[in-house]
Design a protein around this ligand. Structure first.
Ligand code: DX5
Ligand code: ZN
Length: 215
């Protein structure tokens, strides 16, 4: 069964605690946290101190997605915020392997994210070192953008790489996921769907998550 990770980027920022409690009640499997620095992407969101203040629910992982340049400079604060998964972008650091190792050593699941134009070959030699690969299916920075169709075969090819290496690395797809395209992504090999607008911009969160899971 596909896991759904609602992105609080599209939630009501004035009432984040309630929003998280409500999507968990509605069936969210993970909570996706989009951290933006205004440099790696043209938008600024929130940092570790906000994450620390958010309500936690047993069994519902905090899935942090760092869209910041040189994440090594701020890594410790996100590790201290006790997220469960921490994704850094391939394009954001020169020493990708070292940063992933630091995340692993802190007891957090390391993950790597790829911009739409970044080739899969960029993760070939670190695939063994991550628990999850995030395929960006929009250009990072904003919620509510349209899914880039060519990312479907990127997911398919990544799944092939993972199977060929005999790994159990999870594939997360982030951006523009809706009930209308989720079936083809699951068939291509996606394990976790990030959903911002498809959950938080809907009137009924439970119905929205059900629509994604049953598509
Ligand atoms: C984009 C973020 C996504 C975004 C997804 O930079 O990484 O997580 O919030 O939002 P939707 O589902 O609306 O495309
Ligand atoms: Zn994200």
């Amino acid at each position: 069964m596909v896991k759904i990770a609602p992105s609080i980027l599209s939630a009501d920022f004035a009432d984040l605690g309630t929003e998280i409690n409500n999507v968990v009640k509605a069936g969210a499997d993970l909570i996706h946290l989009d951290i933006m620095d205004g440099a790696f992407v043209p938008n600024i969101t929130f940092g570790a101190s906000i994450i620390k203040a958010l309500p936690r629910h047993p069994g519902v992982e905090f899935d942090a997605h760092l869209m910041i340049n040189q994440p090594e400079n701020n890594l410790q604060s996100f590790l201290d915020a006790k997220v469960d998964r921490l994704a850094i972008h391939v394009e954001s650091t020169i020493h990708l392997h070292r940063v992933l190792q630091q995340i692993r050593n802190a007891g957090v699941k390391p993950a790597v994210a790829l911009n739409p134009s970044t080739p899969l070959s960029s993760v070939e030699w670190i695939l063994e070192d991550v628990d999850m690969v995030v395929i960006m299916s929009v250009n990072p920075g904003f919620g509510g953008q349209s899914f880039i169709e060519s990312m479907l075969s990127k997911v398919e090819q990544l799944k092939g790489m993972i199977v060929k290496k005999g790994l159990s690395t999870e594939i997360e797809v982030d951006g523009g996921v809706y009930p209308g395209n989720i079936r083809s992504l699951i068939d291509a090999g996606m394990d976790i769907a990030v959903a911002g607008s498809a959950v938080f911009n809907q009137p009924d969160y439970k119905q929205a998550i059900q629509d994604l899971k049953q598509a």
